[in-house]
Design a binder for this molecule. Structure first.
Ligand code: ATP
Length: 193
């Protein structure tokens, strides 16, 4: 999957709408301290379904909404859109929006979807909010010092099989529920005999 464009509005320091094209190849973000470089990476991870506010340097998820400055009032919502071209040359647009007091909502090509659908879409494409492809400043040391089991998770993520683990876990949960229903049914049949 190739991410081609990132649009943000009201996300952290990006109070005004920003529209960034991401060309093929290596992309570097440069600028003075505090200009919003890490916020850009966090916008990508957030739109991919990041559910931990702490990993976005906030106390709660609403902290991603522009909080206001001495000269500009706070915003009531934040929205980030990722445009990407999937493996089969299909264009996808994923939008995550959060409103104060109303939580997050996701859209995939204009259709309302669940957080899980977005997370699986990126996991299947070998990327995602926790992908080692997105290395923020404080993660560099962690990647170098990763334990073998953590390295394996990175390789699985890169191979695009992370989504299979999620599906397996869900299938196991459904299987356990079905087994318990069957057992209950068996007991009811025995009671009636
Ligand atoms: P450095 O090079 O020092 O790591 P950086 O370019 O990565 O900096 P960021 O950490 O992305 O910069 O941006 C920090 C800026 O974002 C700070 O000025 C901070 O006040 C601002 N900021 C973060 N969250 C919000 C928010 N919710 N509302 C408004 N501004 C915010």
């Amino acid at each position: 999957m190739q991410i081609t464009r990132l649009r943000l509005t009201g996300f952290k320091s990006f109070v005004d709408p920003a529209d960034l094209r991401i060309e093929p190849g290596l992309t570097g973000v440069v600028g003075p301290n505090g200009c919003g470089k890490s916020n850009l990476l966090e916008a990508l991870r957030w739109a991919m379904g990041e559910s931990s506010a702490r990993s976005l340097r906030g106390a709660g998820m609403e902290d991603v909404i522009f909080a206001g400055t001495a000269t500009r009032p706070q915003r009531d919502f934040a929205e980030v859109a990722i445009h990407a071209v999937a493996g089969d040359d299909e264009e996808v647009e994923v939008v995550r929006r959060i409103e104060r007091g109303a939580g997050s909502a996701y859209r995939l090509n204009g259709r309302d979807v669940r957080a899980r659908d977005v997370a699986l879409l990126f996991a299947d494409a070998a990327t995602g909010a926790h992908s080692p492809a997105l290395v923020s400043q404080n993660r560099i040391g962690a990647v170098i010092a990763a334990k073998p089991v953590e390295r394996r998770a990175m390789l699985e993520e890169a191979a695009g099989i992370a989504g299979l683990h999620v599906r397996r876990k869900e299938a196991e949960t459904r299987l356990r529920a079905t087994e318990s229903n069957l057992q209950r049914l068996g007991e009811l049949i025995t009671d009636q005999d």
